[in-house]
Design a binder for this molecule. Structure first.
Ligand SMILES: C[S@@+](CC[C@H](N)C(=O)[O-])C[C@H]1O[C@@H](n2cnc3c(N)ncnc32)[C@H](O)[C@@H]1O
Length: 624
């Protein structure tokens, strides 16, 4: 039996979902005494709980797992689908990890064991209910017509959608309450006539609208940056990409580099240092380095070029000494470098580029790192399409590791080096041998040509048909695939710790499936832990000797460490495994690359290492 729906009370609502009368009563008594400002309602079954959540705004649901009919996990999933703002706290006697994982996957905010109600539930509930009271006081709910609850949900959803459309920001569920509060603040500050006016304003093409978009980005992204953030990518730029670009530009004698989303300028100045270090080759060249960002305060700092110690955490002391002058406890960039770099405001989502008038065209290199992590896929697609048009033929786009995994970067080709995936603009048809980049023609230190490349950076964990499931998941049966997908999503969103955690949970369910180890290996590579990456890739191969990508990546890491013979053995093994597959079979996780294409690529690599070793090449490109 569930309670009859009532008109919404002005109080925050807590729903107890438990089929045991005694438990419901005990909880009701405890909650009424502890949170006297809340309205407490109860449901005996999962179905009733879902129905109530559809009828009225429930702020927090305390959900038992074992229920008649649908269980608490399924009820949680359904409630989150129809009322995403409802926080579900699973309250159970099941301590087992699979239940916790299932609850998390279903969207539960927390998992509390019943005997820990006093110690865990109480401190957790207090801020949730305080937040609910805040929301109500500030009147975001709309009482006219439909119930407050559904209007509240609709408001939040339409605000979120408006922000996605106009600003490109993809907010996490946990940010939505802050977004609503932010909107209220802006509606007040701008004295807007109503809530919808704010959404309209965001989409407009006026100075005021631009400012609102900027403020939103400032509020919901971070400007975290430092010099030579990701040393591997900068080494790649210095040792391979810039030399290649310089050779290509030898006739025009011009170089144009763009740090898009540069924050306070450390990234753009890092490029300037690399260019300065190549100065002997660049005498008489026209050098342009541009840093852009939506955040005007960050750009002011960039123009000033004065930095605190925190910005130098990855900069080697030699460069710091060479390019900075102490100014009290801060450091000022060498005026020569400051002159080399121009800074300008630009909204990557809204602004049109290429824009030759401001130097945003025919770029040789675009660095756009740690920006896509905040953006919605549609915005990312718009930006990468504009980047593609803004690059010169042969020019490179570098994003943060895995930021573009799974996104359609259609006009660009992927090249994967041991240090990083990069994207290249080339009009050469896929499948054609890239003569311009044959090893013989490359400058020393450059990588061999990539094979015919897929047009899409892989998103998902590779599907390994033969993956043994030695430890079948225990009840509830949800888990492994969701965790793995979630792990890749976390990795793609720049949340390596969460991705790591997902992998470990997946391994707890199926310890002999190679896929979580493969993702862990990617994470290890991303943080520069080559030794760990090698160990993990070996484990992948041990678990699934047909896992071609693991051989290739291990080969690239061996080559990077100067272990050419090992690299060769790995590639031979990959070739052997690929030989067992039909030539047109797709090779996971290399997007649409077929076994035949990857084989051709490996053949070139197997030809290449000896020659490259002779020239002192340290990295390689593998297909993605
Ligand atoms: C974490 S910082 C990245 C700084 C630097 N690229 C790095 O990796 O160290 C992200 C920057 O992206 C900027 N940003 C976010 N959305 C943007 C947009 N639509 N247009 C331009 N810049 C944006 C933010 O203002 C912020 O400065």
């Amino acid at each position: 039996m569930r309670q009859q729906p009532k008109p919404d009370s002005p109080k925050p609502v807590v729903m107890i979902v438990d089929d045991h009368t005694q438990v419901r009563r005990a909880l009701l008594t405890w909650l009424s005494g502890t949170f006297s400002g809340a309205e407490i309602i109860t449901a005996e079954t999962g179905e009733d709980a879902v129905a109530l959540a559809g009828e009225r705004r429930i702020h927090v649901a305390l959900m038992d797992i074992e229920l008649p009919g649908i269980d608490g996990i399924e009820a949680t999933r359904r409630i989150k689908a129809i009322a995403p703002q409802t926080r579900v706290i699973v309250l159970t006697n099941h301590a087992d990890q699979p239940y916790r994982d299932a609850a998390e996957a279903a969207g539960a905010s927390a998992y509390v064991l019943k005997y820990r109600i006093g110690t865990e539930l109480e401190p957790m509930l207090a801020p949730m209910l305080a937040e609910a009271i805040d929301d109500r006081r500030s009147g975001i709910s709309n009482a006219a017509g439909a119930t407050q609850d559904s209007a509240h949900g609709r408001d939040a959803a339409s605000l979120d959608e408006a922000v996605r459309q106009a600003v490109g920001l993809r907010l996490r569920d946990q940010d939505l309450a802050q977004l609503a509060a932010w909107k209220r603040e802006r509606v007040r500050a701008l004295a807007l006539s109503g809530g919808n006016r704010y959404e309209q304003l965001l989409a407009e093409d006026s100075v005021g609208a631009r400012r609102e978009r900027e403020l939103l980005c400032e509020r919901f992204t971070t400007g975290e940056t430092y010099f030579f953030r990701d040393p591997g990518q900068f080494a790649l730029i210095r040792e391979k990409l810039l030399p290649e670009i310089i050779e290509r530009r030898a006739r025009q004698r011009s170089l144009r580099l763009w740090s898009a989303g540069c924050a306070a300028g450390e990234e753009a100045y890092s490029l300037a240092m690399l260019v300065d270090e190549l100065a002997p080759q660049l005498a008489g060249w026209k050098l342009q380095i541009l840093g852009t960002d939506i955040n005007s305060k960050a750009l002011e700092k960039a123009r000033a070029g004065v930095y605190g110690q925190w910005s130098f955490r990855a900069l080697d002391p030699g460069r710091k000494q060479r390019y900075f002058r102490a100014r009290g406890d801060r450091w000022e960039i060498d005026p020569r470098l400051r002159r080399l770099v121009g800074f300008a405001a630009s909204d990557l989502v809204h602004d049109a580029f290429p824009d030759p008038a401001v130097g945003l065209s025919e770029c040789d290199l675009i660095l756009c790192r740690n920006v896509f992590i905040y953006l919605d896929p549609a915005a990312i697609a718009r930006i990468t399409a504009k980047f593609a048009k803004t690059l010169a033929e042969g020019g490179y786009l570098i994003a943060g590791h895995s930021e573009l995994f799974g996104h359609n970067i259609e006009p660009l080709r992927t090249r994967v080096f041991a240090q990083s995936v990069v994207l290249q603009k080339t009009t050469e048809p896929p499948g054609a041998t890239d003569d311009r980049l044959t090893p013989a023609q490359l400058p020393a230190g450059a990588a061999p040509a990539p094979p015919p490349l897929p047009r899409r950076v892989p998103l998902r964990a590779p599907r390994v048909q033969k993956a043994p499931q030695a430890n079948p998941p225990s009840a509830p049966a949800v888990g492994f695939d969701q965790l793995l997908e979630q792990g890749w999503r976390h990795a793609n969103r720049g949340m390596p710790d969460a991705a790591d955690e997902d992998c470990r949970k997946a391994i707890a369910i199926a310890a002999f499936d190679p896929r979580p180890y493969y993702l862990l290996a990617q994470l290890a590579q991303e943080r520069g832990d080559t030794a760990q990456a090698k160990t993990l890739l070996k484990k992948v191969i041990y678990l699934d000797p047909s896992f071609v990508a693991a051989y290739l990546e291990l080969g690239a890491l061996h080559e990077q460490d100067g272990e050419d013979e090992r690299a060769r053995r790995m590639r031979q093994a990959a070739r052997r495994e690929l030989g067992k597959q039909p030539a047109n079979a797709e090779v996971a996780p290399y997007g649409k690359s077929t076994a035949g294409e990857v084989l051709a690529y490996i053949d070139r690599l197997l030809d290449g290492p000896a020659k490259q070793a002779a020239r002192g090449v340290t990295g390689t490109a593998v297909p993605h």
